[in-house]
Design a protein around this ligand. Structure first.
Ligand code: GCU
Length: 349
């Protein structure tokens, strides 16, 4: 249909016949995409500790508690970074939305209060503590010196950050470990999608305007959309070293971005998109969504994958967060959906 590599056929050509075969096919998908596109994942630490550094009430944020926590990944030398929790009143356990984009500061008090009012914890970390988002920073800082022979790029390092936060969340009684959602915007959404695809503890994966190397599509470039040449040219340090070889040969890539989406299945997946964000390839994103949805349908959980488009341009604002919160209430609490998460705005595509 779309010319995208088949998700429901094993590499040896056999068709995936039964839901019980899906974990094996999922593993193949991850092996096709993660090393080549993202340079592999950082090795997991021996363990992860969480040290609470401070806890205090907030006056303005829906009566929540604010907790600062140091996450310590145990390698020969521990690697540490900070995680901030906003916890609603009450004992919980509460679902969590984990966002890695603290470097951007776009989560307004209104957004934070909306997350808490619906009975969710808002957890945030700053992914650039793990790998700087600067081409000139090189590999001498952050997590890279811990694994000098590794080839992972910044997106994989940021996804690793989500995973270590999930480790750390397990230390908190107020956290419901079965209802953890991750989210990120744009390059942060590329990272949250990779994090959710590669960690089955994450119950709901969300990515906003993640585009090229996220929810987008290399084989269908909508008008004005970012290409492999564009992204690798400007941000080579986000990726593994082999990806650049496919510039101009995208049809030969052994994956497209529907592999990453499908690797989330049968767990929940939502991408939120903007029709005016042409750089992020909204029409190509629909195609990878449709392809991944076939897997959800095959597994009998089609309602667990959603996509939501709004008018307007690039950004992660209140409306995008509300779409995620509604989706979470539906998926985690059984509330009837308020929005439609299956509408194709490109009927002719
Ligand atoms: C650039 C980049 C995109 C990225 C975006 C962002 O525009 O080309 O791939 O998603 O920055 O992170 O805002």
């Amino acid at each position: 249909m779309t010319g995208l590599p088949d998700l429901l056929r094993f590499q040896n050509g056999e068709i995936v016949q039964r839901a019980a075969d899906w974990p094996r096919r999922r593993q193949e998908l991850l092996e096709a995409i993660v090393p080549l596109e993202y340079g592999g994942m950082p090795p997991a630490p021996r363990g992860t500790r969480a040290e609470t550094l401070h806890a205090c009430p907030t006056r303005h944020l829906a009566g929540g508690r604010f907790i600062t926590c140091r996450v310590m990944a145990e390698y020969e030398r521990p690697f540490t970074f900070l995680l901030y929790l906003l916890v609603p009143p009450g004992a919980g356990p509460f679902p969590v939305i984990l966002n890695g984009d603290a470097c951007w500061g776009y989560v307004t008090d209104e957004i934070a209060a909306a997350v808490l009012r619906r009975g969710n914890i808002l957890a945030q970390f700053n992914r650039v503590e793990i790998a700087a988002d600067m081409r000139e920073a090189g590999r001498d800082a952050g997590l890279y010196p811990y694994h000098p022979a590794a080839t992972y790029g910044a997106l994989a390092a940021w996804a690793w950050g989500y995973h270590r936060c999930v480790d750390a969340l397990a230390h908190f009684d107020c956290v419901d470990m079965a209802r953890i959602a991750v989210v990120g915007h744009s390059r942060g959404g590329k990272a949250s999608l990779l994090a959710g695809a590669t960690d089955e503890r994450i119950a709901l994966t969300a990515a906003n305007d993640s585009g090229c190397a996220g929810a987008g599509c290399y084989r269908h470039q909508g008008p004005g959309s970012e290409t492999l040449a564009d992204i690798v040219g400007r941000f080579p340090y986000w990726f593994g070293p082999q990806l650049a070889a496919y510039i101009g040969r995208e049809a030969e890539l052994p994956f497209d971005q529907h592999f990453l989406k499908a690797a989330v299945a049968p767990r929940r997946l939502l991408t939120t998109e903007a029709l005016g964000d042409l750089w992020a390839n909204p029409s190509g994103t629909w195609l990878t969504h449709e392809a991944a949805r076939q897997v959800y349908r095959f597994l009998g959980v089609e309602e667990r994958i959603g996509i939501w488009y709004r008018e307007g341009g690039h950004g992660h604002g209140q409306a995008d967060w509300e779409a995620l919160l509604d989706f979470m209430d539906w998926q985690f609490r059984g509330h009837p959906p308020v929005l439609r998460y299956d509408l194709n705005p490109f009927p002719a595509a």
